[in-house]
Ligand binder design. Structure first.
Ligand SMILES: NC(=O)C1=CN([C@@H]2O[C@H](COP(=O)(O)OP(=O)(O)OC[C@H]3O[C@@H](n4cnc5c(N)ncnc54)[C@H](OP(=O)(O)O)[C@@H]3O)[C@@H](O)[C@H]2O)C=CC1
Ligand SMILES: O=C(O)C1=N[C@H](C(=O)O)C[C@H](O)C1
Length: 278
C-alpha cells in the first residue's frame, strides 16, 4: 500500500500497559503507520517502542517525551492521511494532550479515563470549533458495549440497581470511566433508581459506595490479580439479575482501538462511547 493511504498514528503512553498493546496492534495493522511513541516515564526514554511492546523486530520508533514536536511533525506529513493520536496515559495528563493534538489538527482517540464532565465539555467545544474529530471511549471492548445494552434493557423493568467495578490496584481513578458511563446510560432512561425503603446510616463512610446519577450506586474494588471487571446487579422482590463482564487480557480492547482510529478520520466533532461508532 502506498504511503498516502496509511494513517499516521502517535501513541501517547506508549510504554504503559495499554500503550504497549496499541503499539503492537498499530504496527500489525496494514493501513496504519506508527509515527511516534510518547511516554514520560524516564526509564523508557530512547527505547524502541516495538521491542518494548514485545515485537521480535524493532520498529525504529524510539520512545520520547516530546509530544508537541511529534504532533507538529505528523501534521506536516501532508502526503499521508490526517494523523491520529491514541492516548492511554493518566487522568492528570489526558486533557492537555488532547487539547494539543486538536490544536495541531491531529485527531485524538482517547482511552484514558478520569476526565471531569467540565473537561469533556470543554474538549467537545474545542473539537467542534476546530472541526476536528475526537473520540472519547471509556471502554474499547465489544463485551462491555453488549453488557451496557443489556443493562439499559433491564433497567426498563427493574427499579433497583447497583454497579460493582473491579480493577487492578495500579488504577489511578475511581470509579472507573466505564462504571460512570454505564450509570449515565441507565440514568438517561428517565427514572430514579433505588427508592429508599429504610433510613440508612453508614457506620463507616463510603460503605454504600458512591451515588452517581439518578440514585445509582457504584462500588470500586482494587486488588492485584484483577485486570478489569464490572457487574451490574438488578434486584426486585424474589429475583436478582446480574450482568458481568471480565477482561482477562488487554488485547480485548484492540479491535475497538483500531476501529476508532479509522472512524475518527470521518468525524468533525467529539463523540463519546464505542457504541456510537459500531
Ligand atoms: N478505554 C479503555 O478501554 C481502557 C482505558 N484504560 C485507561 O487508560 C489509561 C492508561 O492505563 P494503563 O495503560 O493501564 O496505565 P499505565 O500506567 O500502565 O500506562 C500509562 C503510561 O503513560 C505514561 N504517562 C503518564 N503521563 C504521561 C504524559 N503526560 N504523556 C505521555 N505519557 C504519560 C506513564 O508513565 P509513568 O508510569 O512514568 O507515569 C505510563 O507509562 C488509564 O486511564 C486507564 O483507566 C485502560 C484500559 C482500557
Ligand atoms: O484502568 C483500567 O484498567 C481500565 N480503565 C477503563 C475504565 O476506567 O473504565 C476501562 C477498563 O475498565 C480498564
Amino acid at each position: 500500500m502506498a504511503n498516502q493511504n496509511l494513517i499516521p498514528v502517535i501513541v501517547s503512553g506508549a510504554a504503559g500497559k495499554m500503550g504497549r498493546e496499541v503499539v503492537k496492534a498499530v504496527a500489525q495493522a496494514p493501513d496504519m503507520s506508527l509515527m511516534g511513541a510518547i511516554d514520560t516515564s524516564p526509564e523508557h526514554q530512547g527505547k524502541d517502542a516495538g521491542e518494548l511492546a514485545g515485537l521480535s523486530e524493532p520498529l525504529e520508533v524510539p520512545i520520547t517525551n516530546q509530544l508537541e514536536p511529534m504532533l507538529g511533525y505528523v501534521a506536516g506529513e501532508r502526503h499521508m492521511q490526517p494523523g491520529v493520536m491514541v492516548d492511554f496515559t493518566h487522568p492528570d495528563a489526558v486533557y492537555d494532550n488532547v487539547r494539543s493534538a486538536i490544536a495541531y489538527g491531529i485527531r485524538p482517540v482517547v482511552g484514558t479515563t478520569g476526565l471531569s464532565p467540565e473537561q469533556i465539555e470543554d474538549l467537545a467545544s474545542f473539537a467542534d470549533k476546530a472541526s476536528t474529530g475526537c473520540l472519547l471511549i471509556p471502554n474499547f471492548s465489544i463485551g462491555m458495549v453488549l453488557l451496557q445494552q443489556a443493562a439499559v434493557t433491564a433497567s426498563q423493568y427493574f427499579d433497583h440497581v447497583e454497579i460493582i467495578e473491579l480493577h487492578h490496584n495500579q488504577k489511578a481513578d475511581a470509579p472507573s470511566g466505564t462504571a460512570i458511563q454505564t450509570a449515565q446510560m441507565l440514568a438517561e432512561m428517565g427514572k430514579t433508581f433505588n427508592p429508599a425503603i429504610v433510613k440508612e446510616t453508614e457506620k463507616l463512610p463510603g460503605a454504600r459506595g458512591s451515588v452517581a446519577d439518578e440514585g445509582i450506586r457504584i462500588h470500586s474494588i482494587r486488588l492485584p490479580g484483577l485486570i478489569a471487571h464490572q457487574e451490574v446487579i438488578f434486584g426486585a422482590p424474589g429475583q436478582i439479575y446480574t450482568l458481568r463482564h471480565d477482561t482477562s487480557d488487554r488485547s480485548a480492547y484492540m479491535p475497538g482501538v483500531l476501529l476508532a482510529i479509522r472512524k475518527v478520520l470521518q468525524l468533525k466533532s467529539l463523540v463519546y462511547g464505542l457504541e456510537k461508532i459500531l
